[in-house]
Design a binder for this molecule. Structure first.
Ligand code: NAP
Length: 253
């Protein structure tokens, strides 16, 4: 069990009602927890995930707090990514924040690199590295106008080597490198880039990553998501890499 993150001075300009965020993988897990916090602050949302029924259920919940567009589809599909950015512009007229959260493990259980197939590798890099960049490319003209923020959700498997995690970790390392390069290229534009590592949480993805493991001691994504909003609001340079659980205190009683 972990306590909710609680700290930092918030720059309110990021959370003004009427601002607009695109959140991928928002039907469940960390993406839904982040979308719920943004909705409570009155941001208009464009959300996506592949399974329409689960996404629609999430949309009904989020709609209690804000206006939103839910578009079911795969972020690996370029036409779908284009539709997400277009929907934000057409429905709300601006984009202030992108949260590139949707991600795949490729396979469950994850194979050692010796057995990682080319088609799995392709899906990993397309979904976890290129798709976030593609959404950024589609949204950048709008983000430049709002001096917006790009959040790319990564993992400690990017900087660290764990057996079985090599394909996924390499795709997240690629995402982190793209993020750092983007921040250099966007210097002076007013657009900020954040790489956020939420660390281990009790989610479907983590259950697929560690089949049969007891995850009950891990935090739920709702406990971790507030730290991402704090990171977005934090005054900073053009690039920030943040480990979202580093300031969370374990609950001992
Ligand atoms: N859980 C952890 O312990 C942990 C640790 C470190 C980093 N992370 C990162 O945190 C992020 C969220 O993970 P999570 O644990 O919350 O996962 P999750 O509970 O499995 O949720 C993943 C979300 O992404 C969607 N999604 C997956 N593939 C997609 C695709 N190709 N196109 C569109 N949507 C897609 C899923 O819906 P559909 O299946 O319907 O598409 C779902 O909404 C990921 O980037 C992950 O790498 C997680």
């Amino acid at each position: 069990m972990y306590s909710r993150y609680d700290g930092g001075v918030e720059n309110k300009r990021w959370f003004e009602p009427g601002h607009v965020a695109i959140v991928t993988g928002a039907s469940q897990g960390f993406g839904f927890a982040v979308a719920a916090l943004l909705a409570k602050r009155g941001l208009n949302l464009v959300i996506t995930a592949r399974h329409a029924a689960v996404l629609d259920e999430a949309a009904r919940t989020l709609h209690r707090d804000t206006s939103l567009v839910a578009l079911a589809g795969d972020v690996a599909d370029g036409g779908h990514v284009h539709a997400l950015a277009s929907a934000a512009q057409r429905n709300f007229g601006r984009i202030d924040l992108i949260v590139n959260n949707a991600s795949t493990l490729g396979l469950s259980p994850m194979p050692a690199l010796e057995h990682l197939a080319r088609d799995t590798f392709d899906v990993l890099f397309l979904t976890n590295a290129f798709a976030p960049l593609h959404l950024i490319q589609q949204a950048l003209p709008a983000l430049r106008r709002t001096h917006g923020t790009i959040v790319n959700v990564s993992s400690d498997a990017a900087p660290s080597a764990y057996a079985g995690w090599g394909g996924y970790g390499a795709s997240k390392a690629a995402l982190e490198h793209l993020s750092r390069t983007l921040a250099v290229e966007l210097h002076g534009s007013g657009v900020s880039v954040i790489v956020a590592d939420p660390a281990n949480m009790q989610t479907a993805m983590h259950r697929d990553a560690e089949p049969g493991e007891d995850l009950s001691s891990l935090p739920h994504p709702e406990a971790v998501a507030p730290a991402l909003l704090e990171a977005i609001a934090r005054p900073r340079d053009a690039f920030l890499r943040v480990e979202l659980q580093s300031n969370m205190m374990p609950v001992t009683a």
